[in-house]
Ligand binder design. Structure first.
Ligand code: HEM
Length: 271
């Protein structure tokens, strides 16, 4: 049996609703012959505007629904699926509502923020689909704190192992022990760092080990340290992007809500 995922949830039920909404709105727009230029002020404009505003309120409600752990009305996967498909359909409804009349005014600001919020939704979806599963796999079902504790144990062991080693190895490993997960905050954006001291120590040990078998333990220790650092780097890289896109999507959606209220109020005040 094929498992429900975000896209095929309940045999694509929300895709079907979104397509229906898009098609009905498009046909209504094509066959509507308003006496004035098509815009938000015709009967169809008001209808599409009302549907769009209700959709925006419902899409925002998802933030509340996500945090209601005891609520059983539909599961979260269904909510995300509906959020994605109906959120995309909103781009068509909002564009037709505007009648393609864009200018420097509060109405267009609401439209631009709608499209920007939808755009960030699509952008975030690319992380949302790939990262959560990889995040749980990359740490082998351990927490980041457990990996950090592993590194601390390795470092205690390494300090003992280098007591009697030569200068070259002692210096390389001493710098390695100071190497953190990232060197700068910017490193988290790429998940990679330049000049990793642990990587350098591994390379030095790899060269020296051919001359002295006694380096086998410290070499193994540093290889494990490097592997743990790489796991954490990948994990924090994914977490960074997962948090960043929501930190753009959510404030934009609140900006949109404010612009929507101003748009609706100004329409009724100047009616
Ligand atoms: C104007 C349209 C939209 C609005 C107002 C909106 C609003 C929101 C809000 C308020 C949240 C909850 C975030 C939180 O509290 O953590 C959210 C989450 C999300 N949105 Fe949107 N959104 C819109 C369109 C879209 C679109 C078109 C997509 C994808 C194509 C999308 C994808 C997502 C995803 C993947 C989440 C995160 C779900 C989760 O964390 O479980 N959104 N959106």
């Amino acid at each position: 049996m094929i498992q429900d995922n975000l896209f095929n949830y309940k045999k694509f039920v929300f895709l079907k609703w979104a397509l229906l909404l898009t098609l009905v709105s498009s046909f209504a727009y094509l066959f509507d012959q308003p006496r004035i230029n098509a815009n938000g002020g015709t009967w169809l404009g008001y209808t599409l505007g009302t549907i769009g505003a209700l959709l925006i309120l419902w899409l925002m409600w998802f933030g509340v629904r996500k945090r209601q752990y005891a609520n059983e009305s539909g599961n979260l996967r269904g909510w995300v699926s509906a959020h994605i498909y109906l959120g995309l359909a909103l781009s068509v409804v909002a564009t037709l509502h505007s009648g393609f009349q864009i200018g420097w005014n509060i109405h267009s600001l609401a439209y631009v923020l709608t499209i920007a919020t939808i755009g960030t939704g699509v952008w975030g979806l690319t992380f949302y689909l790939r990262f959560p599963l990889e995040m749980s796999q990359v740490l082998n079902r351990q927490s980041p704190e457990q990996i950090v504790a592993q590194i601390e144990n390795l470092d205690r062991e390494a300090t003992k192992l280098i007591k009697n080693s030569g200068d070259l190895i002692a210096r390389a490993v001493a710098s390695s022990l100071k190497q953190g997960v990232f060197n700068t905050r910017g490193n988290q954006r790429t998940g990679k760092i330049k000049n990793c001291a642990t990587e350098k120590a591994v390379n030095t040990l790899q060269r020296e080990i051919t001359r002295s078998d006694s380096l086998a333990d410290i070499y193994k220790n540093q290889v494990q340290r490097l592997r743990a650092l790489k796991q954490l780097r990948r994990y924090y890289y994914m977490r960074y992007w997962l948090e960043l896109w929501l930190a753009v999507h959510v404030p934009l959606s609140f900006g949109l809500l404010a612009a929507l209220i101003a748009h609706v109020l100004s329409v009724f005040i100047y009616w």
